[in-house]
Design a protein around this ligand. Structure first.
Ligand SMILES: C[S@@+](CC[C@H](N)C(=O)[O-])C[C@H]1O[C@@H](n2cnc3c(N)ncnc32)[C@H](O)[C@@H]1O
Length: 361
C-alpha cells in the first residue's frame, strides 16, 4: 500500500547503512509502554511521526496486526537512512518520508495516496541519540563542532547565524523563554560581546565564563539551557508541536461502530515547554463541555473527542533511567479517539481556544 508513496527517504547507493537490529542504536524511551498503548490489533496505518533510528517503529510493527503498515516521518535525512535499514525486514509495509511532522500530518494524502484508517500516531519529541552522539552534527556540548543545531540542515538558519542576528534584548528573551535560563541577561551580554561564535566549544566557554561561580559547578553544563533555547529556536520545535496536535488528533480513526478500538495518539516530551501544549491539547479534546459549572444547561455543545489513556504524565521507572539516562526527563501522554465525531469536529476542537487543563500532573 505504501510503496508508491515517498521520495527522499532512503539512502542512495554508497551511503552508509547500519545493519538491521544493530545494538549501536539506543533503546527507545518507554518502549514497552508505548508499544502496549499503540500497537494495533486491527489492520491500518501506524504513523511514527519522529521515526529517528526506528526503535519504536520496529517494536510497533512487531506487536501490531500483520497487515499493519507504517509511515515513518523525520526531518533528519541521516536518521531516515538508519531507519530505512532497521525497518528493511518489513519491506513494502514501511514507507519513510523526509519532512516536518506538522506539515506531513496536515497533508497526509500528499505522501500516502490512500492512508486508510490511522490506528496510531507517535510523537517522540526532541533530538535523537543518533544526533547527540554524532560529533559533527554539533548537537552535544560534549564535542566541539560547528554551531548549527538544525535537524534538517537544508532548511532555515544555523544557530551561529541566529546568534549573529539577534540583538542583546532579543537574545535575553530567547534564553529566558526557550531555555528557562535564570542568567539570561548575563549570558546574552557575554555572547553579544564575544561574537562571532561559530562552534559549540566557543559557545560553551563563553556561557561558562558568564554565569556566577556556583552555576559553573552544578550537575549540568552551564550552557545546557542556552543550547536548548538555540535548538528549539532554529528548529521551530514548539511551534511545530503545537501545529501538529490538531491534525494528529483529527487523523485518528474512529472506532468501528460494530466494535473495536479508536485510533490512538501518544506523545513523549522531554521538558515542560514541550509537554505543556500536549497536555493542554489532549485535555481539551477529552474535556467536551466547557460551559461554566453554574450554567443549568450546556450552551457550548462540545463533546469529548478522545479519552485519556494516561493519568497525568507517565514517567520511566528508575531501572530504565539507570539503563538509559536520556529517558530521565521523559513524560508520556496518550489518548484514544472516541466514536461519533467527524474529523473536522476533532480538528476544530483541538485547535479551538484552550480551557484550563484538568488538575493532573
Ligand atoms: C527522540 S528522536 C526519536 C527516536 C525514535 N523514536 C526511535 O525509536 O529511534 C526524535 C526524532 O524526531 C525528529 N524530529 C524532531 N522534530 C521533528 C519534526 N518537527 N518533524 C519531523 N521530525 C522531527 C528528530 O530529527 C529525531 O530524529
Amino acid at each position: 500500500m505504501l510503496a508508491a508513496a515517498l521520495g527522499g527517504a532512503t539512502p542512495g547507493p554508497g551511503e552508509p547503512h547500519e545493519p538491521a537490529g544493530s545494538d549501536a542504536v539506543h533503546e527507545p524511551v518507554l518502549r514497552d509502554r508505548v508499544t502496549a498503548l499503540l500497537a494495533t490489533p486491527d489492520p491500518g496505518l501506524v504513523i511514527d511521526a519522529t521515526v529517528g533510528a526506528g526503535g519504536h517503529a520496529r517494536a510497533l510493527l512487531e506487536a501490531s496486526h500483520p497487515e499493519t503498515t507504517l509511515l515513518g516521518i523525520d526531518r533528519d535525512a541521516d536518521a531516515l537512512a538508519v531507519a530505512d535499514a532497521r525497518l528493511a525486514d518489513w519491506g513494502e509495509r514501511v514507507a519513510l518520508v523526509h519532512g516536518a511532522f506538522d506539515e506531513v500530518l496536515a497533508d497526509l494524502e500528499a505522501v500516502v495516496a490512500d492512508p486508510g484508517p490511522v490506528r496510531a500516531i507517535l510523537l517522540d519529541l526532541g533530538v535523537s541519540s543518533l544526533q547527540l552522539d554524532t560529533p559533527e552534527r554539533g548537537f552535544s556540548l560534549r564535542f566541539d563542532a560547528p554551531l548549527d543545531l538544525r535537524m534538517d540542515p537544508s532548511q532555515g538558519e544555523p544557530a551561529r547565524a541566529l546568534l549573529e542576528r539577534l540583538d542583546e534584548p532579543e537574545l535575553t528573551a530567547l534564553l529566558r523563554d526557550l531555555g528557562e535560563e535564570r542568567h539570561a541577561r548575563r549570558i546574552a551580554r557575554a555572547l553579544v560581546r564575544a561574537r562571532p561564535i561559530t562552534t559549540t566549544g566557543a559557545l560553551a566557554e563563553v556561557v561558562a565564563g558568564a554565569v556566577p561561580t556556583p552555576a559553573r559547578h552544578g550537575p549540568r553544563h552551564p550552557a545546557t539551557r542556552t543550547f536548548q533555547a538555540l535548538r528549539l529556536a532554529v528548529n521551530g520545535e514548539l511551534e511545530r508541536v503545537r501545529a501538529a496536535l490538531p491534525p494528529a488528533l483529527a487523523r485518528l480513526a474512529a472506532p468501528d461502530p460494530a466494535g473495536g478500538r479508536g485510533g490512538r495518539l501518544a506523545v513523549l516530551a522531554y521538558h515542560s515547554l514541550e509537554d505543556r501544549p500536549v497536555k493542554r491539547a489532549l485535555a481539551t479534546a477529552a474535556q467536551g463541555c466547557v460551559c461554566p459549572p453554574d450554567l443549568p444547561v450546556c450552551g457550548c455543545g462540545r463533546t469529548p473527542t478522545v479519552r485519556l489513556l494516561t493519568r497525568g504524565a507517565e514517567r520511566p521507572d528508575d531501572a530504565e533511567v539507570a539503563r538509559n539516562p536520556r529517558a530521565r526527563s521523559a513524560r508520556l501522554r496518550a489518548a484514544e479517539r472516541l466514536p461519533d465525531t467527524s474529523s473536522s469536529d476533532v480538528a476544530s476542537r483541538a485547535g479551538a481556544p484552550q480551557p484550563p487543563p484538568p488538575p493532573t500532573a
